[in-house]
Design a protein around this ligand. Sequence first.
Ligand SMILES: Nc1nc2c(ncn2[C@@H]2O[C@H](COP(=O)(O)OP(=O)(O)OP(=O)(O)O)[C@@H](O)[C@H]2O)c(=O)[nH]1
Ligand SMILES: [Mg+2]
Length: 449
Amino acid sequence: MAEPIVALSTPPGISGLAVVRLSGENVFDIVDKCFIGKVKISEAKTHTIHYGEFRNKDRLVDFVTVAVFREPNSYTGEDVAEISCHGGYFVAESIIETLIENGCRLAEPGEFTKRAFLNGKLDLTQVEAVADIIHSSSVLGYQTAVRQLSGEFSKRIAELKKKLLDAAGLLELELDFADEGFEFIDRSLILKSIDETISYCEDLAASYHSSEILRSGFFVGITGFPNSGKSTLFNSLLKRKRAIVSEIPGTTRDYLEESIYIDGVPVRLIDTAGLRETENTIEIEGIKMVESLLAQSNLILVINDLTAGQFHSDALFFELTERYKTSKLILVQNKKDLVEVIPPKREFELFISAKHNLGLEQIYELFRKEIRSETEHIKDFLVNQRHYILLKRAAEELKKSRQSLLENYGNELVADDLRKAVKTLGEIVGDTFSQDVLNNIFSKFCIGK
Ligand SMILES: Nc1nc2c(ncn2[C@@H]2O[C@H](COP(=O)(O)OP(=O)(O)OP(=O)(O)O)[C@@H](O)[C@H]2O)c(=O)[nH]1
Ligand SMILES: [Mg+2]
């Protein structure tokens, strides 16, 4: 078993309870040095809870309960003790200090989960699901991550691997009989397996973008020329006065971000500084900062001031549409209360009055529609960038093997490509992994997890 580690597993600060977790060699003996209860923790049965005093030498630190999990039936697969104490700033801190004095080391971020992975308790997709559950900001994202934690993703990958390995095995078997002139495989069946796997990998990879929405929210960038009413719309959508609004152009200097929830998904509204127009070309001043905000937006609302004319922001709108090809753009014609006649609507625009809350339901409906159409792509799992890259690579390798098969290359070659794809799929669940990959995954965890 690895060296004993300790950390606070609940958020620090005022709370009813706090949980300090220990894992590794001798943790029960270490607890016994500080805990006085009816039984010794080192003699306690697994999956039992014990009440008693936690002491630092002669000083009473708190009355606590200690939960005992003996290896291998614990989160990490090692001996684990979880001490529940009172919340607040000092108790857990003091307990951790005492345990460190008695031989524990403070855990690194994600170290408990890393040990769970290394001890075979969780595979990599499950580890990533743990991180997604902790950080998930949407209901659907959380639900999908929980499903992933149950091992569904890994099961699916295992099925794909088996299908490909079976095909490779058959091809190799046939090779053994080649001298006798036997050909007993139905190549169309192998082709079917390959095709099914390619389309599964590609579909799953395509859900990466949508998974990101469930993970971190649906980003809406609000842009347009100064004074068009961006901040007014931002406030109206939030239903509170968050941004400063004034008739002076250039009121918003950098950007503001706030969230609203639509169908359990956070919509992250970003109000930005107005883009300035100069002489003949549309030169977008300060676009550098706004640029990265818009680039990460799923939806971009370009606000136009109708009193300056319906077409006043058209060139800007089309330029941004050209620039941000992966985002959806809508031209929002604002201040409709100030114009006599509302011009005919084009398919990419909406008419509202942000100040008088007119037509806002069209915008909420737009959010709803876009989120729905994006999250429809979600299969059963949250695909992250690492999965995305591996799924794409597996699909490429399979396409190669498909080609080799169609062109009647030797079985060896086809089988070889199939095995490569199997290895790539295996990397998704962590059959093979590099330290870099592990470090990258666990750096996203907090201490205590
Ligand atoms: N009548 C009317 N006035 C509006 C409407 N929307 C915004 N305004 C006014 O337009 C002016 C500019 O509004 P802001 O929301 O500050 O505009 P902005 O686009 O954020 O401006 P900058 O931050 O300077 O780029 C303010 O005086 C608002 O009250 C509207 O729908 N109708
Ligand atoms: Mg503003």
